[in-house]
Design a protein around this ligand. Structure first.
Ligand SMILES: Nc1ncnc2c1ncn2[C@@H]1O[C@H](COP(=O)(O)OP(=O)(O)O)[C@@H](O)[C@H]1O
Ligand SMILES: O=P(O)(O)OC[C@H](O)CO
Length: 500
C-alpha cells in the first residue's frame, strides 16, 4: 500500500506541500512564500504563474525530504485560499491578468450596483452570502468589463476562469494538454454564482454579473478522482479539493452538526457544522458548503469571518515596533495584570462578521497616562478573543445551539495566554490538537477517502489527538464586564468613514 497522501496547501501568503501517512502524521513539509502586489489602494494581487511554479517546487522538495517516489503517493489533494480569482487562456495556459485576491476591494462599485435592487442581501437565500467585494463573482465581472478582449474570449469558451484550486488542478492534470477545468462545491460556494440548494451555477446570478457559463469550471464534490496528475507526480490521482477553512473543519474532524473550529492565522475563520440543511443567517454570518463526499449529500456550515487577528500582532511588530517577533507579544502581554482599561478594535479594513461595516475604522480607546506597551500587547491579544465571542454569540442566536467546545488551529494557537483568555471570554473549553496543520490534513482526508486510503470518517475521527485543553476560570461578572467594554469600543468604530 502507498504510504502517503500528498497535499498542496496554497494560502494567501505561502504555499506548502505536506505528505501525510496513514496515522495522519506529517512525513514531510515544505513551504515557499510568494509576492503580494498592492498596485493601488485596496487592490491586492498575486502572480498565478509564480504560485504554480512554487507548487511544483514544494512538491518536488517534499518528495526529496521524505525520500519517497510517486509510487508511494496514493493521492494528491489541493486546498486553497478561497475567493481569489484567476483567468487564463485555454490555448496557451497563460493568465490574462494577475490573480485578484480575496482581500481586494476593487469591485466595490459593482457590489453597490448589484445591491441597488434588493440591497446587500439580495442573493442571500440563493447563495448564503451577502453581496461583498470579498467574493469571486464581482471580481470576475470587473475583470470581464475591464480587461481588453476578456469578454469575447470568455463567450467563445477560450478563457478559463476559477478560484486557485481550478487553476492548480488544471495545471496539475496536464494544462494545455488536457487539463481538467473543475472546482469543488466548497470553493464554488464562495463565488456568489453558485446556488447553494442545487450546487450548480445559477443562470440568474450569472446574468446579474454578466458571466458567460463557458468560462466557469465544472462543480464537483470535495472527494473524488478529478483526473491524474502529470509532471513530478505523474499518474497520481488528484482526489480532493477543499477551500482552506472548510479543510480545517474537516481536518479537525468537525463532521457532525454542532461541531466547530476556529483557525487563528492572519485573520480568523470560525466554522460551525450545521448538518444537511443550509441555515440562512439573520445575524451577519455566511452560509457555506462545509464538504461533500462523492455523490453523498452536502454538509453545510455557518461561518464567521474576521479580517484581523494575527495581523494585529504583526502590526504591533512591523508598524509600532513594540515587539521584534510575533511570539514576543505573549511575554509583553504578561508583563501587566490586565488590559488597563484599553481596547483595540482592529477595523483596519472595516469590520467583517457579524457587523459587515465597511464604514468602520480601527481605534485604540480607554487611554489614560497609566497605559504602557504591555497594555497594548494585552489589548491586541484580547481583541482576537472578543471578536471570537461576537461570532460565537451570533452563532448561538442563529441556531439556538450552545457550543460546548471550540477546537482551534493556526499560527496564533501557540500563544497560551491567548488560549486561556479565549476560554475565559467564551466560557467554554478550548482544545488544541497535536497536528495543527489541520487545513492540509483535512484535504488529505478528503483525497484519502476517495481512493480508499482511509475507510470512512469514523476511522478519521479516531485520528484526532488532543495536545492541550484550556478551561474557563474567570468569574462570570468579570467576563461580562470586560466584554461590555468591547461592545462599547466597537460602536465607536462605526461611521468613521463618511462615505463607503
Ligand atoms: N506567539 C504568537 N502569538 C500571537 N500571534 C502569533 C504568534 N505566532 C504567530 N502569530 C501570528 O499568527 C499569524 C500566522 O499564522 P498562520 O496560521 O501561519 O497564518 P496564515 O496561514 O494566515 O498565513 C501571524 O499573523 C502572526 O502574527
Ligand atoms: O490563506 P488563508 O489561510 O489566509 O485563508 C484565507 C481564506 O480562505 C479567505 O477566505
Amino acid at each position: 500500500m502507498s504510504r502517503y497522501i500528498a497535499v498542496i496547501d496554497q494560502g494567501t501568503t505561502s504555499t506548502r506541500c505536506i505528505l501525510f501517512d496513514h496515522a495522519g502524521r506529517a512525513g514531510a513539509m515544505t513551504q515557499m512564500e510568494h509576492r503580494q502586489f498592492y498596485p493601488r489602494p485596496g487592490w491586492v494581487e498575486h502572480d498565478p504563474l509564480e504560485i504554480w511554479q512554487n507548487v511544483q517546487t514544494v512538491v518536488s522538495k517534499a518528495l526529496q525530504e521524505a525520500k519517497t517516489e510517486t509510487g508511494d503517493i496514493a493521492a494528491l489533494a489541493v486546498t486553497n485560499q478561497r475567493e481569489t480569482l484567476v483567468a487564463w487562456d485555454q490555448s496557451t495556459g497563460n493568465p490574462i491578468y494577475p490573480a485578484i485576491v480575496w482581500q481586494d476591494t476593487r469591485s466595490v462599485e459593482i457590489c453597490d450596483q448589484l445591491s441597488l435592487e434588493g440591497g446587500r442581501d439580495r442573493f442571500r437565500v440563493r447563495t448564503g452570502l451577502p453581496i461583498a467585494t470579498y467574493f469571486s463573482g464581482p471580481k470576475l465581472q470587473w475583470l470581464l468589463e475591464n480587461i481588453e478582449g476578456a469578454r469575447i474570449k470568455a463567450e467563445r469558451g477560450e478563457l478559463l476562469c476559477g478560484t486557485i484550486d481550478s487553476w492548480l488542478v488544471w495545471n496539475l492534470t496536464g494544462g494545455v494538454n488536457g487539463g481538467v477545468h473543475v472546482t469543488d462545491a466548497t470553493n464554488a460556494s464562495r463565488t456568489l454564482l453558485m446556488n447553494i440548494e442545487t450546487l450548480a451555477w445559477d443562470d440568474d446570478l450569472l446574468a446579474a454579473m454578466n458571466v458567460p457559463p463557458a468560462a466557469l469550471p465544472a462543480i464537483h464534490s470535495s472527494s473524488e478522482i478529478y483526473g491524474l496528475a502529470t509532471g513530478v507526480l505523474a499518474g497520481v490521482p488528484v482526489a480532493g479539493i477543499l477551500g482552506d477553512q472548510q479543510a480545517a473543519l474537516f481536518g479537525q474532524t468537525g463532521f457532525d452538526r454542532g461541531e466547530a473550529k476556529n483557525t487563528y492565522g492572519t485573520g480568523c475563520f470560525l466554522l460551525l457544522n450545521t448538518g444537511s440543511n443550509p441555515v440562512h443567517s439573520r445575524h451577519g454570518l455566511i452560509t457555506t458548503v462545509a464538504y461533500q463526499l462523492g455523490d453523498t449529500p452536502p454538509v453545510f456550515a455557518l461561518e464567521g469571518s474576521i479580517a484581523y487577528a494575527g495581523a494585529l500582532v504583526q502590526w504591533l511588530r512591523d508598524n509600532l515596533g513594540l515587539i521584534k517577533t510575533a511570539a514576543e507579544v505573549e511575554d509583553l502581554a504578561n508583563s501587566v495584570e490586565d488590559n488597563g482599561g484599553i481596547y483595540i478594535v482592529p477595523a483596519f479594513s472595516g469590520l467583517f462578521a457579524p457587523y459587515w461595516r465597511s464604514d468602520a475604522r480601527g481605534i485604540i480607546i480607554g487611554l489614560t497616562p497609566y497605559a504602557d506597551k504591555g497594555h497594548f500587547a494585552r489589548a491586541a491579544l484580547e481583541a482576537t478573543a472578543y471578536q471570537t465571542r461576537d461570532i460565537v454569540d451570533a452563532m448561538r442566536q442563529e441556531t439556538g445551539m450552545d457550543l460546548d467546545l471550540l477546537k482551534v488551529d493556526g499560527g496564533m494557537v501557540v500563544n497560551e495566554t491567548l488560549m486561556q483568555f479565549l476560554s475565559d471570554i467564551l466560557g467554554i473549553p478550548i482544545a488544541r490538537p497535536i497536528v495543527t496543520e489541520t487545513t492540509a490534513l483535512g484535504a488529505a482526508y478528503a483525497a484519502g477517502l476517495a481512493v480508499g486510503f482511509w475507510a470512512d470518517i469514523g476511522e478519521l475521527r479516531g485520528l484526532w489527538r488532543k495536545d492541550k485543553e484550556w478551561q474557563p476560570r474567570m468569574a462570570r461578572e468579570t467576563r461580562d464586564y470586560l466584554y461590555s467594554g468591547w461592545n462599547k469600543a466597537v460602536k465607536h468604530t462605526f461611521g468613521w468613514l463618511d462615505q463607503v
